[in-house]
Design a protein around this ligand. Sequence first.
Ligand code: C5P
Length: 233
Amino acid sequence: MAELIVALDVQTKEEAVEKIKAIGDGVGFYKIGLELFTAEGPDVVKAVKDLGKKVFLDLKFHDIPRTVERAVKSGAKLGVDLMTIHSVGAKAMIRAAADAAAEFGPTGPKILAVTVLTSLDQSDLADVGISGRTPADQVAAMARFAIDNGANGLVCSPMEVGSLSKSLAAGTLFITPGVRPKGASVGDQKRIATPADAVKDGATHLVVGRPILAADDPVLAAKNILDEMNGAI
Ligand code: C5P
């Protein structure tokens, strides 16, 4: 069954804890990204874990293999459940991350690869030396590359998850942001899918921020999304 991850796009640990308490028992998984982690550090991870929740630490590591290996181990020691790396870090870096996580056994973190940031278009790719491939081709190639080199899954847009989930091995994790229930404000998201469509296309985890965090009734907003996810199967 697909899991709902709420993006803790807030600036302080106190706000994060307040949001988690307001959302309540319905949601068991939270994403901590660069903004919150840079402000609050490991303490915010500990605070979320102390509330009995799982943590997706989205710091998108891209460095030499040894540094990434050690950073993954630091995350694992904090009890993080999902972590991200950039697939352009290449084979040895992806392997180092996967091997470091595997040392912590089945309860250790799973490593997710970012293929092509959704903010990049064809000309951005050409600027950094990737020419002759569309962004979609580059996503497909980097997805296979990352999984073949030990990543457990991918962060992908709702537009990509259908084709990727068909072409990669069963058991691969697909984490999909850009999800909006029918009638929800789209905000700055451009390519969106409903929770039901994302799950039908093969997403294993949906990342949702504002439709829950900014809702008048976050408990109800989360419940509606979960009902839609469960109804899709
Ligand atoms: O508020 P919203 O539901 O748009 O939040 C989605 C979360 O997923 C945010 O934390 C955002 O940074 C993240 N994300 C995204 N699109 C991507 C990658 C990550 O929206 N391509």
